[in-house]
Design a binder for this molecule. Structure first.
Ligand SMILES: [Zn+2]
Length: 250
């Protein structure tokens, strides 16, 4: 089978640990986290899961102090792996927050896939989420503006080894991606499992894992995390560093 998943760090976001990662504690800590996108080589296809974050100016507007170092843009990361943007067959988006879909228009030959609920919300977000989706009401333009998407509504087998499945809670239409490999099922969790700390127990709340602090629905978020941790032999997060324990998974 030899399907492979390559993690790519597209830039650094500064955020409050308690607010974003370990909801309930860590409010006294400002931390810097990577923003991970993934290249999946499976079933003879080259598929991206997310395109990562924007250049420094936009990143700093979103989260002051965030930055995209030289060479971290998604196409530059792919070049390191010997892949050109026009070779990408499809991009599957976990969700459409600004740090997951920057520069998507570089992928001129790719199909774009997203959950229908996420696309609808991204195009017309609640005022509390204008910034997360780069709403034009704030005078900026979202990367997905004017783009044609393929939408899914529920679990969807994209190819024999790649399945998208709904994992809402962080945002309304979040989804994760399962890739079958020789080393078991690799789940690219997106922000549903935000960072490595979220996979650790939360003894204060008596939980087997730590739900993140940013959500639209905490009950959905909890159920989604439970589903991902049960399904994945390997779980890859969008903002943790553990994904770099190996250059390629499995
Ligand atoms: Zn994110």
């Amino acid at each position: 089978m030899s399907n492979k998943v390559y993690p790519m760090n597209t830039g650094m976001i500064r955020l409050n640990k308690g607010v974003y990662i370990t909801g309930g504690h860590g409010y006294d800590q400002e931390v810097e986290v990577p923003t991970n996108a993934f290249l999946v080589l499976a079933d003879g296809k080259k598929v991206l899961v997310d395109t990562g974050m924007s250049e420094t100016k936009k990143a700093d507007w979103h989260h002051p102090g965030s930055y995209q170092p030289d060479g971290y843009r998604i196409d530059q990361r792919l070049a390191e792996l010997g892949v050109a943007p026009e070779e990408i067959d499809a991009v599957i988006f976990t969700h459409l927050h600004w740090d997951h879909c920057a520069n998507m228009k570089l992928f001129t030959k790719a199909e774009f896939w997203v959950h229908a609920t996420e696309l609808a919300f991204a195009l017309d977000p609640h005022i509390l989420y204008y910034k997360s989706y780069d709403s034009e009401k704030l005078g900026v333009q979202a990367p997905f503006k004017g783009v044609d998407f393929h939408t899914v509504d529920g679990e969807y087998q994209f190819s024999p080894s790649i399945t998208m499945f709904p994992t809402p809670g962080h945002c309304p239409g979040h989804q994760s991606v399962a890739v079958e490999t020789d080393g078991g099922t690799v789940v690219i969790a997106g922000d549903a499992v935000f960072a490595d700390e979220n996979m650790e127990p939360d003894p204060k709340r008596g939980l087997a894992f730590t739900p993140m602090g940013r959500f639209v629905n905490i009950f959905d978020l909890y159920d989604s995390m439970e589903k991902i941790l049960a399904r994945g032999d390997i779980v890859l997060t969008s903002h943790g560093t553990g994904v770099y324990d190996q250059k390629v998974w499995p």
